[in-house]
Design a protein around this ligand. Structure first.
Ligand code: ADP
Ligand code: MG
Length: 248
């Protein structure tokens, strides 16, 4: 029976989709069968980051509204062990119905995957709450900005209320030099302010933007610091006893 993990944040643009794509890629290298779901139903863009935008012809709302069956909407083998499902909705779809239908669908798919990783919209709206309810765990993403940190803490508090008590923090876009100079909050401060246990740290890395724009995920496995960071986090998600990857 697979686990459902939601990737959430308070503030937008902190790297949820980037994290989801890369974490999913590394989870597959740990022999896990993964379904990556884009649940940002209004602003979906994970397909672009994955470089499969031309393949996404159907989505979860098409399944829920019986416009196609599951086989057609799930994109199989984006690469080994990775399938993809878009949650984008059509203009005439009722979002509540789609989300409820999608939750039922994903619960049923737990038998087919080791991990269902869900890239959520920013903030905690009814969509995220519904997805959190069916999840086994949530990963809250923040950047080291005080606005994002405060919102991450709020998001985590709201998620605890939705019965996911396994909530972990990922700090993205960490710039060690700024921390060393006292120009950015240090990691302990961020943990204290969010009151969420740390899962991992990801460095600021221009390569992430370059490859996202090209729709290429993790091309430099094991070479760059950010690749190592995603790999470390994936290992910790699957319960491997590895220390936090601290890149400074
Ligand atoms: P969200 O899904 O939370 O809205 P995205 O994953 O779309 O955020 O990321 C927002 C932007 O930040 C994108 O342009 C992405 O390439 C960039 N980005 C994310 N993480 C990093 C990082 N660690 N280093 C550099 N750029 C990053
Ligand atoms: Mg996103």
């Amino acid at each position: 029976m697979g686990r459902i993990i939601t990737v959430i944040s308070g503030k937008g643009g902190v790297g949820k989709s980037t994290f989801s794509a890369n974490a999913a890629a590394y989870l597959t290298t740990m022999d896990k069968k993964v379904l990556l779901v884009d649940a940002d139903i209004n602003m979906s863009n994970l397909d672009i980051i994955m470089g499969i935008q031309d393949e996404v012809l159907f989505n979860a709302s098409d399944i829920v509204n019986k416009r196609c069956d599951k086989q057609k909407a799930v994109i199989k083998n984006v690469f080994d062990n990775l399938d993809f499902l878009s949650g984008a909705i059509g203009p005439n779809d009722d979002p509540t119905e789609v989300i409820n239908g999608m939750c039922e669908l994903l619960k049923g798919m737990k038998h087919d995957y080791d991990i269902i990783l869900i890239d959520c919209p920013s903030g905690i709206d009814s969509t995220v709450k519904a997805l959190a309810k069916i999840s086994n765990a949530s990963v809250v993403i923040t950047t080291p900005d005080i606005t994002a940190i405060r919102d991450a803490g709020r998001a985590a508090t709201m998620i605890y209320g939705e019965k996911t008590d396994d909530v972990r923090l990922v700090v993205n876009r960490v710039r060690p030099k700024l921390i060393e100079k006292g120009l950015a909050p240090d990691i302990d401060e961020i943990i204290d302010n969010t009151e969420v246990r740390l899962l991992g740290l990801i460095p600021e890395d221009i390569k992430i933007q370059i490859y996202s724009n090209k729709g290429i995920i993790s091309p430099d496995i094991r070479k760059s610091r950010s690749a190592k960071a995603f790999e470390n986090i994936a290992a910790r998600i699957v319960g491997q006893d590895v220390p936090l990857y601290k890149f400074w």
